[in-house]
Ligand binder design. Structure first.
Ligand code: MG
Ligand code: MG
Length: 600
């Protein structure tokens, strides 16, 4: 199906919005009236610009407060409509959105509404315009889609149809099944928007919190199925009013928007994309740093050993068990300081994973490598993190390990108490305006599933986190967004290493010269009030700065290292199927981190 986006969904000037929509691959746009009013371009120039960009103008919107009013008022409304129809002729668009009236002058009289909308359609027809009547969820007398349709049906005018808007329908709790009773050719337009499930005034909800399909809590796919079954064959158009998208860069938002429509269409069989290849593990996390020494000190204290060096690049491999961390001192590090730049994902089909990512508009990264290096498929996540798809259990495929030469490896004997054995999770802090996009990206591109979003109080604002995982929990990525007093901290990331004995791990780390993040005494007094611990257990946690959490499945013990650049490490011990990340403890941890200066 054709795709379209309302200009109100994107930031910037009308020209910037149109350019972004075109670049993201939309077929058309809805021109929002305020965008046109504020534009220095004439309607003819806007029309030409859209044509140059390969965009059709699918709808002009909105026309408000038209119907069910006393005759003298309606005469004024028709005069206003005539001006707009003339404008639409100059724009070269043939469909206008009329929202159900909110005017205090409007009468609760469906017959009058139908008669006046019929007369509006008569006038529209003279201009070759079709009128799409939409029920606003907060309309004065008409607020549901079936009510709007009954008025359109009663008017029985060929130039009058209805516009369905998923937000208005689902926010009212209407049953969308009734859409199938509307003849497809009378559905003149379809606007799609999702929203988080919030208990609030519906107008405020609509104006500020709409989001792209798949980013909220509505069943947009279910609604779309009804619309398709009704026989609608017009564009799928996104109309999203959102405070964040209004400020975010239009090009990024447009790509996010179009990705959401691709995923939506795929979910009900309207688009066929390369299927998701779910990663089966984390092959490595790659740190870049201008100075390997402090990173090496921490990794060594954490019990990882520097085992290999890349053949052609200044990259070292540090590992212990299944935990593998690359330390890259190449050019990127000198530019950006110490940070988590890339993640290697174990994939049963790296090429397939990259094909899906590309189909879902993820930038595919050039294979920057020496001729003898393994060609790795990689894409960029919305926050710029490079995701490498690494072949797992496929000896015939290129293997990233083959690019590394063993330098030294003294295997420490057997079971060292508290040895780390794998990466439990990675926490990637997102730029604030990319949070919803990041969650949708990781779910749709990588086939991971999202866990609950949690809000955590930070001393300087609100911190929001949402994890995506594979079904076995061997890939866990916590996406977070939050305030921070410095630019560096806004991009803080962490690598959590799993151990089966966090107390031993913390002691070893400290004995090896590692600095653990100290936690306040008040935290432990509170823990003592909430849980019963064995003799001395809490004293140990207090001494080491170990945090504790528990859910219905099990227990979680974790502690944090000092921050280096934008990165810190966490040691975690999961017992008995605990699925979380210690969100309960995050306010205390965040406050403790604000009190510490990063090492460098
Ligand atoms: Mg609408
Ligand atoms: Mg964590």
């Amino acid at each position: 199906m054709r795709t379209s986006i309302a200009t109100v969904s994107l930031s910037g000037s009308l020209t910037e919005k149109l350019t972004a929509a075109s670049r993201a691959g939309f077929d058309g746009v809805e021109i929002f009236e305020n965008d046109l009013l504020a534009s220095p371009l004439t309607p003819e120039e806007i029309r030409a610009r859209c044509a140059d960009l390969g965009l059709t103008i699918d709808l002009y919107q909105p026309m408000r407060d038209i119907e069910a009013v006393p005759e003298d008022e309606f005469a004024r409304n028709l005069r206003r409509a005539r001006h707009k129809f003339e404008l639409m002729r100059r724009l070269g668009t043939d469909a206008v959105l009329v929202c159900s009236t909110v005017s205090p002058l409007a009468l609760d009289d469906d017959a009058l509404a139908a008669a006046q909308l019929g007369r509006l359609a008569d006038l529209a027809q003279d201009f070759g315009v079709r009128v799409a009547y939409e029920a606003l969820a907060w309309g004065r007398h008409v607020s549901t889609y079936d009510h709007a349709w009954s008025i359109v049906e009663a008017a029985g005018h060929p130039a009058l149809g209805t516009c369905l808007d998923s937000f208005h329908i689902l926010s009212r709790g209407s049953d969308p099944k009734g859409i199938e009773d509307i003849p497809g050719e009378k559905i003149f337009f379809l606007q799609l928007a999702d929203a988080p499930l919030l208990a609030m005034d519906v107008l405020q909800w609509s104006r500020h919190y709409r989001c792209f399909p798949g980013q909220g809590g509505f069943d947009i796919a279910g609604l779309l199925q009804h619309v398709v079954r009704a026989g609608y064959d017009g564009p799928l158009s996104l109309e999203v009013f959102n405070d964040v998208f209004r400020q975010a860069e239009a090009g990024t938002t447009a790509v996010d928007a179009r990705r959401s429509l691709l995923v939506l269409q795929e979910s009900i069989g309207l688009a066929s994309l390369p299927g998701p290849v779910v990663p089966t593990g984390i092959a490595f996390a790659e740190l870049v740093t201008p100075d390997a020494e402090p990173v090496a000190a921490i990794l060594g204290a954490l019990g990882l050993a520097r085992t290999a060096r890349h053949r052609s690049k200044p990259v070292d491999l540090w590992e212990r068990g299944e935990a593998r961390i690359l330390v890259n001192t190449g050019p990127a590090a000198r530019r950006d300081g110490t940070g988590l730049a890339a993640v290697g994902l174990e994939s049963p089909d790296p090429e397939g994973a990259a094909r899906r990512a590309e189909a879902l508009l993820a930038p595919v990264l050039p294979r920057r490598r020496a001729p003898e290096d393994a060609p790795l498929d990689a894409v960029a996540a919305p926050d710029g993190t490079e995701l490498f798809f690494c072949a797992t259990d496929r000896p015939e495929l290129p293997n990233w390990r083959a690019d590394f030469e063993t330098i030294e490896y003294v295997e420490t004997a057997g079971d060292v108490a508290g040895a780390v054995d794998r990466i439990d999770h990675l926490a990637l802090t997102q730029p604030w305006h990319h949070f919803d996009e990041a969650a949708l990206f990781h779910r749709s591109v990588l086939g991971l599933h999202g866990q609950e979003s949690v809000d955590v109080a930070d001393p300087y604002g609100l911190f929001r986190s949402r994890a995506v995982t594979n079904s076995g929990g061997s890939v866990r990525i916590a996406l977070a967004v939050g305030p921070a007093p410095t630019e560096d901290e806004t991009r803080a990331q962490h690598i959590a290493l799993a151990t089966d004995d966090v107390v031993a791990a913390a002691r070893r780390f400290r004995a090896a010269g590692g600095g653990l993040l100290p936690m306040p005494a008040n935290y432990y007094d509170d823990l003592a009030a909430r849980y019963e611990f064995t003799e001395g257990e809490l004293a140990t946690y207090r001494e080491l700065g170990i945090l504790y959490d528990r859910d219905a499945q099990g227990e979680f013990r974790h502690c944090y290292t000092r921050t280096v650049g934008r990165v810190f490490f966490e040691l975690v011990q999961r017992d008995g199927g605990y699925q979380g990340y210690g969100a309960q403890n995050a306010p205390v941890r965040l406050a403790a981190q604000h009190g510490q200066r990063p090492l460098r």
